[in-house]
Design a protein. Structure first.
Length: 734
């Protein structure tokens, strides 16, 4: 009887939109009170002054207006500005801050990513100093970015980061610097003075910044290579903020094309310098600094687009339910209660948008946490190398040895911890993939999905009044896909990092992990995802040595047609995987947490269905891309002579009699032998096209089978979307 009663329990369903408790568990900050407070602070700014400014038309100007500038004190008062700083610099978060900054970006972008950019660009401007600056530079510039305490009169540093230059100089190609640095004056026993000439293009915060970190190249035999230099408003020379950029996006941030020609002491070289044989040698080139900066800040950008997608869910549901009530509809009737939600397509598309938002948030926050984890390990690596007095090539060699140690450790799976350098290379190999993956997929695919969200709002989507500002968010997403390196840059990086044997070895373990999850929780779609991961890895490994029909190498940096799509496929897999892992975390840790226990089962069931449809979509993308690459570079042996017939079975060839008079299938096979010396593929042995790809073909066929149930999951998710409770009105203005 008991069993029967349990069997007839209704399946748990989603009752409300996910609460903060749910998010804290999924994105792993349930135990971090300071981050929870930060989220509340940032949310108050986003849904208060930022939302009001957008609703009042604050985005309708290119200039840096007083209204836009009024947001800066809000950032300062809410803790947003200080979150970047160390406690001894006026900050309040000890230790790594990647997750903290990611959460701020997420909250602000929920309403307007221009506001988020305004806040984050200040951090970006300081980041070169934070990452590679000397202790004196950190004390002077980073610490002075702290909001003023009552009674303080110092000038608060507001920073900008100037890399990009007017065409035809630096853009995606960061080495093509026009900005120059020369020795202006070098008196015996005194610090040299430098002349810095830099023209910037699209420089964020430039309408108000008073400190700029600028990338320049030496134009003087007495100064070596390139570097980043700190410029201050008030330095002797030209400090021209330039004209505001006529942006179509992120209008709440300030963007200008500045011009600088300033004299500064050599102590402004970020990270300091040495004098070798009468030459100033910067400790870090501009490339080294940019690399250290962007690998962290790009994660935050990825979360901006994730927030947009998730923020679209509620406005779309509210709009759909109220549409088409007409004059006759009465409460309780399907038309009155559901409106457009009576139509399956509207629900299915919203499920796709929501699943994409979840997967991208999961991937982005996982990347942010990974960088938090990496930071102390990286410091330890630096300490070990310094202790052994290893730099340059010697340090590189030591890290290569650590790579071998890490690989051996992964394969042996012993309980013993790997050494500090091996730990570093292990985590670093993941960071090298997760950062570009979340920047690329979250923003690029995210922008496509924002268009879907806009389309679900009909004509309203294309107005400034659209609830949730979805039209602006669609356009804004494209900037997130562009700045800090557009998609091509992320794909380029992935094409290198995804073939790191350490990453591939860990990826292989993730395949087994997905298969294990598939046996415990088949509803997540982990089976399809695991098979897709296997197919991707097989394809990647296959093309390391495979050549195209003309014998040219397939995996090569010039063949972006091969490497880039595989990078895209990997992103689909990584995001779907992380979403599954986060839902499992919600289910397991949520059960121990009293807050979300109410309604937890329904949320987990709904998210499990979203995982399934996302895994299926990721598997589909991977299957398509892998198949195009595995087969697409072979040339069919028969095409040159008579077009493609080998795909037909022999019986079908026989039926070609009508199409190609005078030749039946058997005759064709014979004529193939006669003409070319080789049997027609359809008649003899395995298909020539597929030779060497039998395993691929088997995996691909298996993958299709693994999609079992994914559309049922989508139907269930759609049903939940038609029933979930929303608020009466959004909690920010329109
Ligand atoms: C609103 C805004 C704010 C910005 N803020 C800042 C800032 O604060 N500081 C700063 O320094 N910069 C800033 N930028 C600049 C931004 O980072 C650059 O626009 C971006 O990195 C791309 O450079 P680009 O526009 O010159 O594109 P380009 O270099 O001209 O590239 C254009 C396109 O060509 C293709 N492409 C280029 N190279 C390759 C390749 N190797 N392989 C394949 N395809 C390729 C890609 O499709 C690429 O998107 C900002 C830009 C905007 C729009």
């Amino acid at each position: 009887m008991k069993v029967l009663a349990e069997e007839h329990q209704p399946a748990p369903t989603l009752t409300t939109l996910p609460s903060d408790d749910v998010r804290q568990i999924m994105w792993r900050f349930a135990g971090r009170y300071e981050l929870q407070m930060l989220v509340q602070g940032a949310r108050g700014v986003a849904r208060g002054p930022v939302a009001r400014l957008v609703a009042d038309g604050g985005r309708n100007s290119h200039e840096w207006t007083a209204a836009k500038a009024s947001l800066l004190p809000h950032f300062d008062e809410s803790g947003i500005t200080a979150a970047f700083l160390e406690p001894d610099q006026g900050g309040f978060i000890a230790g790594p801050k990647n997750l903290a900054l990611a959460l701020i970006a997420f909250e602000l972008s929920w309403v307007d990513a221009g506001a988020a950019t305004s806040s984050l660009a200040g951090n970006l401007g300081l980041a070169p100093i934070h990452e590679r600056g000397t202790p004196e530079q950190r004390a002077k510039y980073v610490a002075n970015a702290a909001p003023l305490k009552p009674g303080e009169t110092r000038k608060q540093v507001r920073a900008a980061f100037a890399l990009t230059e007017p065409i035809p100089f630096v853009g995606v190609e960061t080495g093509m610097l026009a900005g120059k640095v020369r020795v202006a004056e070098w008196k015996e026993g005194r610090e040299p003075l430098l002349q810095v000439e830099k023209r910037g293009r699209f420089i964020t915060n430039m309408g108000f910044a008073n400190v700029v970190t600028a990338a320049v190249e030496s134009d003087d035999a007495r100064l070596k290579g390139s570097c980043m230099v700190i410029l201050e408003e008030g330095d002797p020379g030209l400090w021209d903020r330039g004209t505001p950029t006529k942006k179509l996006v992120h209008q709440l941030s300030s963007t200008n094309d500045p011009v600088f020609n300033l004299t500064v002491p050599a102590g402004r070289i970020v990270g300091g310098y040495k004098i070798e044989n009468g030459v100033i040698v910067p400790n870090y080139s501009h490339g080294e600094i940019i690399e250290a900066v962007f690998r962290r800040t790009r994660v935050t950008v990825g979360l901006m687009t994730a927030a947009k997608l998730l923020s679209a869910v509620e406005p779309v549901i509210m709009y759909h339910r109220r549409r088409f009530r007409g004059g006759q509809g009465a409460p309780g009737t399907p038309r009155y209660e559901l409106g457009i939600q009576q139509k399956q397509d509207a629900l299915h598309r919203l499920a796709d948008i929501w699943a994409t938002g979840e997967a991208s948030a999961s991937l982005g926050f996982a990347a942010a946490r990974l960088f938090d984890q990496l930071e102390p390990v990286e410091k330890e690596k630096d300490r070990v190398l310094a202790e052994k007095k290893l730099t340059g090539r010697a340090a590189f060699k030591e890290l290569s040895n650590a790579q071998a140690e890490a690989l051996a450790w992964l394969n042996a799976k012993t309980g013993a911890e790997p050494g500090p350098l091996a730990q570093f290379v292990l985590l670093d190999s993941l960071a090298g993939v997760l950062c570009p993956a979340c920047k690329l997929w979250n923003t690029g695919h995210g922008a496509n999905m924002m268009r879907e969200a806009v389309s679900l709002m009909g004509g309203y989507g294309l107005t400034e009044d659209c609830p949730g500002f979805l039209g602006q968010k669609w356009m804004d997403a494209q900037l997130e896909a562009t700045y800090e390196g557009p998609e091509a840059v992320q794909r380029l990086q992935l094409s290198i990092t995804m073939t790191n044997p350490l990453f591939m070895a860990q990826f292989e373990q993730w395949i087994s992990e997905m298969k294990r999850i598939a046996s415990d929780r088949p509803g997540t779609g982990a089976c399809a995802l695991g098979t897709a991961m296997k197919l991707w890895l097989w394809t990647l490994q296959h093309i390391q040595t495979a050549t195209d029909a003309d014998g040219a190498k397939l995996y090569h940096k010039t063949r972006q047609g091969v490497t880039f799509p595989l990078a895209d496929a990997l992103c689909w897999l990584l995001s779907a995987r992380q979403f599954i892992l986060d839902v499992i975390e919600l289910e397991t840790s949520g059960a121990e947490n009293p807050s979300p226990a109410d309604g937890l089962a329904g949320t987990v069931a709904f998210f499990t269905d979203l995982c399934h449809l996302q895994a299926a979509r990721a598997a589909g993308e991977t299957g398509r891309i892998s198949a195009e690459i595995a087969h697409g570079y072979n040339r069919h042996p028969a095409w040159d002579r008579e077009g493609c017939h080998s795909c037909y079975e022999a019986e079908e060839l026989t039926s070609l009699e009508g199409v190609m008079p005078g030749m039946d299938g058997a005759a064709r096979a014979h004529s193939d032998v006669a003409e070319t010396g080789e049997a027609h593929p359809a008649k003899a042995g395995p298909c020539v096209k597929c030779e060497g790809l039998e395993e691929f073909a088997a995996l691909r066929a298996k993958l299709d089978g693994c999609l079992t149930g994914c559309r049922l999951a989508k139907d269930r998710a759609a049903d939940s979307l038609s029933k979930v409770m929303t608020r009466e009105a959004l909690d920010y203005p329109v």
